[in-house]
Design a protein around this ligand. Structure first.
Ligand code: S3P
Length: 159
């Protein structure tokens, strides 16, 4: 087993789960969005608006290659598109945070939405959600329906 890979739609709570798991399992977190944003010294929404989505996806592919080179086991907090486009199963055990779209909407305030260029329009976001979910499901080794009961979640992850 290599890394623990957290995938799921925007706003489903991957980052919160990553930090909780990190505390419990004493493993470092690698966030794909943070890595891209730090390397370019720009926010994700500025990267999208200045260079476009295709450029951003190319950065994600570059980050995928970098994760393959990581020696130590990490919790990988994937951007929503990273888990969809990249061959994440090659990196380790894939955990899909499978919230309902309505639950995601409840979690997202205006500030959270404004950070996500692909969440501007709710109807389009829902379409994307439905399309993405099939792929996330196909890649999932473990599917979590909630952020609660962390202990149970952790036990499910351990051998
Ligand atoms: C994206 C998800 C975002 C971020 C970018 C694109 C996507 O990450 O990578 O805005 O295509 O689903 P989060 O899933 O952390 O919001």
């Amino acid at each position: 087993m290599k890394h623990l890979i957290l995938i799921g739609f925007m706003g489903s709570g991957k980052s919160s789960l990553a930090s909780n798991l990190s505390r419990e399992l004493l493993l470092p977190v690698f966030s794909t969005d943070l890595a891209i944003s730090e390397q370019l010294q720009m926010s994700i929404s500025d990267i999208f608006s200045h260079f476009g989505e295709e450029f951003f996806r190319a950065q994600e592919s570059r980050i995928f290659a970098a994760i393959k080179q990581l020696e130590a086991v990490h919790i990988i907090d994937c951007g929503g598109g990273f888990g969809y486009y990249q061959e994440v199963n090659a990196l380790g055990k894939v955990i899909f945070l499978d919230l309902e779209f309505e639950e995601i909407l409840q979690r997202m305030n205006e500030d959270e939405r404004s950070k996500r260029p692909l969440f501007g329009n709710e109807a389009k976001a829902k379409e994307l959600f439905l399309q993405r979910r099939e792929v996330y499901l196909a890649k999932a080794d473990i599917r979590l329906k909630s952020l609660k009961d962390l202990k149970e979640q952790i036990n499910a992850l351990l051998p």
